[in-house]
Design a protein around this ligand. Structure first.
Ligand code: SF4
Length: 336
């Protein structure tokens, strides 16, 4: 396999959920949850997928994991299509892509001890030979996520929220994964614990060369761990850039509005808050033209009829907006 092939390639991915109605239960409409998005992730890279609740970002994660069949498009791992792969061929691929969900309490079986939770993927993927080997590998996983080895005989409810999330990360690491999808993985944690988990993920990435797809509704959360950011709105990617570019010179009005809500460490730093009016429109009947036009402070006639395509606005920087230069905007201090 050529080394310049991205680890994950997503091309024109669509996921439309049918809505059934009437006496015959026929399809009467669709939820256009994900409507033609493309991105890739390289080994050792973190790409964050950011947007408001309902924009489709979690559906992207679940489609990559094949928890949903996709409507159209392609998902490739190491250049090989996995979206249409047979279950038997998919099995070794599944080992390489794992997930950490938002709520570790509901995703960890409360009746299983941590040792058994971590042993399960090792056994399922045939990565262990005997009890001693299991115990050694489980203990090594506990070391990796900085939890005491002697706590493997405890149940999930005996751990704090942050510790449970560490167990979730250990379980995702267990099969020797290359890519971990973190779906709002730190959203339920308080600020200091959130920072600890983010630091742990950064350390693990350095140590193991992991790729991360970090799904979050909050730009502030991703600022300290991401390499690139893709901003989603109503099933589409509206801006894609490296972290520095996105946080210092974003182009799309929606990204600017999200950034304007990010807290600034310096209380003297000036920043104009862009308050978006109205709710995100329904993905069942998205607005014509630019999907953001019903809330965009810069919308003009063309925006209502012509859909802007994602286009290059700088080196590795893409934006889906008809404007060349978005007026005004704010400067958000970069993280060190
Ligand atoms: Fe706003 Fe128009 Fe740009 Fe859409 S295309 S973000 S409505 S200015």
């Amino acid at each position: 396999m050529m080394t310049d092939t991205p680890l994950l390639q997503v091309k024109n991915l669509k996921k439309h959920f049918p809505i059934h109605g009437g006496l015959l239960g026929l399809v009467t409409a669709h939820v256009y949850a994900v409507d033609g998005i493309s991105f890739d992730i390289r080994r050792g890279e973190t790409l964050s997928l950011v947007g408001e609740s309902g924009c489709g970002k979690s559906t992207v994660g679940k489609a990559i994991l094949r928890l949903y069949p996709i409507t159209d498009g392609e998902v490739r791992l190491d250049g090989e299509r996995i979206d249409n792969m047979s279950p038997s061929k998919l099995r070794p691929m599944r080992r390489r892509v794992q997930v950490v969900f938002q709520d570790p309490f509901s995703s960890l079986n409360p009746r299983m001890k941590v040792r058994d939770i971590l042993a399960e993927p090792l056994i399922n993927f045939g990565l262990v030979s005997g009890k001693k080997d299991i115990d050694e590998k489980v203990e090594a996983l506990m070391d990796k996520v900085r939890l005491p080895r002697d706590s493997i005989r405890r149940y999930p409810h005996e751990f704090s929220g942050g510790q449970r999330q560490r167990i979730g990360i250990a379980r995702a690491l267990a099969p020797g994964s290359d890519l971990i999808i973190c779906d709002e993985a730190v959203s339920a944690l308080d600020v200091s614990v959130k920072a600890q988990i983010i630091n742990l993920l950064v350390d693990l990435q350095d140590e193991l060369g992991l790729a991360l797809l970090f799904i979050s509704h909050d730009l502030a959360t991703v600022e300290h761990l991401t390499h690139r950011v893709a901003v989603m709105y109503l099933g589409k990617i509206v801006e894609l850039a490296d972290r520095r570019t996105l946080f210092s010179s974003s182009h799309h009005p929606y990204t600017r509005a999200l950034l304007s809500a990010v807290p600034v460490p310096d209380p003297l730093a000036k920043r104009d808050r862009i308050v978006l009016t109205g709710d995100v429109p329904s993905p069942i009947n998205p607005p014509s033209g630019c999907r953001f036009h019903t809330r965009c402070p810069f919308a003009f006639d063309r925006c209502k009829t012509e859909e802007p395509q994602l286009r290059s606005v700088g080196d590795g920087h893409q934006s889906a907006c008809h404007l060349d230069h978005v007026p005004g905007g704010q400067v958000v201090p970069m993280a060190a």
